[in-house]
Design a protein around this ligand. Structure first.
Ligand code: F0G
Length: 367
């Protein structure tokens, strides 16, 4: 039987590896493109969710990490470092463990979810809780990698972008061509950069820089890219860095994205936009995805869907189009948000005795 072999093996012809490369993989990628019936109905089109929570560590970061750790090991790395709002650190810790190398993670104190922190702990990373935000952590991580023998595996490492571009390949391979629109959350802006690179490369003949292997074009077009930041952390929308970014979507609580120019290029070359959604809009979309589509995501991951709903309400969404929204991380990463009602009160399960009649009565069932 065929088993998905992870993105580096599946897309080896389009990634910087050779037949000799020892690939570090946990079988990432090959994630479902889930049809979203209720969003499709809303916009009178076809909406799919690229469910990246289905990756081994529960987020899209695994696509980039398999490539980044593979390349780091090939270059002789004994240790890697990253700054993270939680998902990158969970992923780096897992892949470094499989590679048998050390992993140092720098996370903003108190601003990462318990689920993500527990992953880094479980995989044995050296965890430094920095008295600062993500941008401060990235600053330190860069300096550590410049001055000490540790490899940086944030998305400023080009291998991360290479691995993550496979998300676009999978969408095209599944749909047969690029969708009309691709929507996704934007934080440090690595993922919008990677998708745009992947979509563009799939429309052209591609020569592998390491092996010389030539691959023919697969797609006839590229999508319009729509990126969404959280309003309190929307430097790309406001046009300047934010020193004190704030949002409940801690994964994208970032004030000075490293791939700023690349994100703007994806927006401008595709004729798209980068807009902001409020925390309320994010939480409403988070609820929509779980309660109407059956897809459980973490809050930041709902920013793309929030953007679609917002722009539909504003009359900016044409009918009859195909939309792909990357939902970036699993709901179990940060499950507390599901246990709150829209008004902020906590959800209380109905308490019942050990009695079938009482339970049937509480459910309003008739014999
Ligand atoms: N969604 C989730 C769940 C994320 O964890 C991130 C980024 C993004 C979206 C934004 O992606 O940075 O490529 O624009 N998380 C990083 C981390 C910053 O450290 O895990 P981006």
């Amino acid at each position: 039987a065929h088993q998905w072999r992870g993105v580096v093996r599946e897309y080896a012809d389009r990634l910087p590896v050779t037949d000799e490369t020892k690939i570090v993989t946990l079988g990432e990628g090959g994630t479902p493109l889930v049809h979203a019936p209720k969003l499709s109905e809303l916009v009178s089109g076809t909406v799919y969710l690229k469910f990246e929570g289905m990756n081994p560590t529960g987020s899209f970061k695994d696509r980039g990490m398999t490539m980044a750790i593979t390349a780091a090991v090939e270059d002789g790395a004994q240790a890697v470092v990253c700054a993270s709002t939680g998902n990158t650190s969970a992923s780096a810790a897992a892949y470094a463990t499989q590679a048998g190398i050390k992993c140092v993670v720098l996370v903003p104190d108190g601003k990462i979810s318990m689920g993500k922190l527990s992953q880094a702990v479980a995989h044995g990373a050296e965890i430094m809780q920095v008295d600062g935000n993500f941008d401060n952590c990235l600053d330190v991580a860069r300096k550590l990698s410049e001055n000490y023998p540790v490899f940086l595996v944030n998305s400023v490492n080009p291998n991360r972008i290479e691995g993550q571009k496979t998300g676009a390949f999978e969408v095209v391979d599944f749909l047969g061509d690029a969708p009309d629109y691709h929507l996704l959350p934007v934080g440090n802006a690595g993922n919008i950069t990677a998708y745009w690179k992947g979509y563009k490369e799939y429309t052209e003949q591609y020569t592998n820089p390491r092996t010389g292997t030539v691959s023919e074009a697969v797609a006839t077009k590229t999508p319009i890219m729509w990126g969404f930041q959280a309003e309190g952390a929307s430097p790309l929308v406001q046009g300047h860095p934010i020193t004190e970014p704030e949002t409940i979507a801690t994964a994208i609580r970032i004030g000075n994205p490293a791939s700023w120019e690349q994100a703007e290029a994806a927006r401008d070359e595709s004729g798209g936009l980068i807009d902001a959604v409020t925390d309320e809009e994010i939480l409403a979309a988070h609820r929509w995805l779980s309660a109407k589509e059956g897809v459980f995501v973490e809050p930041a991951s709902a920013a793309g869907a929030a953007g679609l709903i917002k722009h539909h309400a504003a009359g900016n969404v044409p009918e009859g189009k195909t939309w792909v929204i990357t939902v970036t991380g699993h709901g179990l990463k940060d499950p507390d948000w599901a246990l709150r009602n829209a008004d902020g009160s906590s959800v209380e399960p109905t308490k019942v005795p050990f009695d079938v009649v009482e339970i049937a009565t509480a459910l309003g069932l008739q014999e």
